[in-house]
Design a protein around this ligand. Sequence first.
Ligand code: RB5
Length: 140
Amino acid sequence: MKIAIGCDHGGIALKEVILPLLSELGHEVNDQGTNSTLSVDYPHYAKAVCDLVADNTCDCGILICGTGLGMSMAANRNKKIRAALCTEMFSARMSREHNNANVLCLGARVTGPGLAEEIVRTWLTTDFAGDRHLRRIEMF
Ligand code: RB5
């Protein structure tokens, strides 16, 4: 898959863990930054990634900030984006199965690297269940 990824200074340490995992899994990564620990504003990175997903340049996106909260709030302002902040495995699976999430948000100060890697693996390999869940996501 083509995956857009972005982070702010609070998320860069975790992005550096996730990037090699995505390559190892055979995905094509479009990294929208940031690429340093200098303080930046997360909405810019949320928009850059969400625009690539919304116009189908990328299949899905991953956004990482300190908590994942700001990124998820900013991402969900885009009507074509269903961004899910996941801090555990059940939500990672259900955000795909029931909500067809197209952007995964992670909090680098909340979720450790090992769990975050498992969340990413699960999120990328779980299919949308469709049916009644399609009707529901079409309501918003
Ligand atoms: C940056 O300090 C922090 O506010 C940001 O990474 C994020 O957690 C916002 O929601």
